[in-house]
Write a protein that binds this ligand. Structure first.
Ligand code: FES
Length: 177
């Protein structure tokens, strides 16, 4: 027969030497520590899985970050002067965007919703910037990347095609950096 005590107490003394409350509610210290180690291991494994999944998601996002949608005519080249901006909607009527003619040959377009809290951004072409008045956020007009203020992500970029004097929006490029 096994004479090992059923419980090991934290002070190492036998069960008979323990106070009454501890005899009534004995805790097996070894089993308790084993449980704590097991919970900790489980926590670490789950955290690692979550982290790995997060990384995988970011890679997936960058692989499929260009949302191909139907091409849409958004402006006539001759209707826009250099330095002029124009709003349009793309890919749906609920997605406001901004088209800017930077030089005679260069047009850029972005989503017109600030990546901080979705306020509409305003063009400041002279200073190569887009300004969000809600919390004083700034984006670079030639890249859409955040320059100052709360926004951390660039504005989604609208890919363009110019043919026969017409500017078309062809896709939305979602960017994380
Ligand atoms: S919504 Fe644009 S800076 Fe906050």
């Amino acid at each position: 027969m096994n004479n090992e005590p059923l419980h090991r107490f934290p002070d190492g003394r036998s069960e008979a030497e323990q106070p009454k409350w501890r005899q009534d509610f004995p805790i097996d210290v070894e089993a308790d520590e084993y449980g704590a180690r097991r919970d900790f291991t489980k926590f670490m494994v789950l955290t690692s899985f979550a982290f790995a999944f997060g990384q995988f998601w970011i890679v997936l996002q960058s692989l499929f970050r260009v949302k191909k949608t139907e091409e849409k005519q958004i402006a006539m080249v001759d209707d826009m002067k250099v330095g002029q901006a124009k709003t349009f909607h793309y890919p749906t009527d609920r997605d406001p965007c901004l088209l800017i003619r930077q030089t005679a040959e260069t047009f850029v377009a972005y989503s017109n919703q600030c990546t901080h809290l979705m306020c509409p951004v305003r063009p400041d072409v002279k200073n190569d910037r887009l300004h969000c008045p809600c919390h004083e956020g700034y984006f670079e007009a030639s890249t859409g990347r955040p320059l100052a203020g709360p926004p951390r992500r660039p504005l989604p970029k609208i890919q363009l095609r110019i043919a026969d004097g017409i500017v078309y929006a062809t896709a939305v490029e979602l960017r994380t950096s």
